[in-house]
Design a protein around this ligand. Structure first.
Ligand code: PAN
Ligand code: ZN
Length: 193
């Protein structure tokens, strides 16, 4: 067998996932983001401060990974579990990112809950695609992506993307997305900035 320098040879393995609760058993990485990790991301910064101080900095989302080599040819995957809730009128969301290698896509299979995948391109085009249990959202290459939970239960997704994709948060934390999702007048409203 000719093993390429680009792509390590590793042993096959299996991973157990609790689909109902959005938990990966024995993850080697468990990322936790609380309200205080989201400073600067929501429209209503006072409401976020209020959550942090008066409501004990609640959990926002978790990502469970069993990392594989971050290399061409491998497939990185994770379980992403985003809590239900609002900051002011705005639904809880993840930070969102581009992939460092922009021409890499991602598959999100929604296992529980409902919400939206908010996506944008560097040229400012945007699209909000509905997420719900049993629905797969394809994030094509070049599109930044953020999940938003508009339901009452955790929004749980299984994500798969190229091992060498990488994450670029810089642009999003400075520029945000062109649209936000709120609960207003008893409706879910997608508002352009
Ligand atoms: C996901 C996300 C995960 C957390 O694994 O990283 O849902 O969202 P943020 O990265 O925006 O904080 C993914 O899209 N990976 O590429
Ligand atoms: Zn991604």
């Amino acid at each position: 067998m000719n093993i390429k320098d680009t792509t390590q040879f590793i042993q096959p393995f299996g991973v157990d996932i609790d689909l109902e609760n959005g938990i990966m058993h024995n993850p080697t990485n468990h990322l936790v983001r609380n309200a205080s990790d989201m400073l600067g991301y929501y429209e209503n910064e006072d409401a976020l401060q209020q959550l942090i101080e008066a409501e004990s900095n609640p959990l926002h989302y978790e990502v469970f990974e069993v990392p594989v080599p971050e290399e061409y040819g491998h497939l990185m995957y994770c379980i992403s579990t985003l809590q239900p809730g609002k900051v002011g009128d705005e639904y809880y969301m993840t930070k969102g990112h581009y992939h460092t290698i922009l021409e890499t896509g991602e598959i999100y299979l929604c296992l529980k809950g409902e919400g939206y995948m908010m996506m944008k391109t560097p040229d400012g085009e945007w699209k909000a695609e509905k997420m719900m249990k049993g629905r797969m959202v394809y994030v094509p290459p070049y599109w930044a992506h953020r999940s938003i939970n508009t339901g009452n239960v955790p929004l749980i997704s299984f994500c798969v993307y190229p091992g060498d994709a990488g994450h670029n948060y810089g642009d999003i934390s400075e520029e945000g997305f062109p649209a936000r999702i709120f609960y207003k007048d008893e409706k879910i409203v997608i508002e352009e900035a």
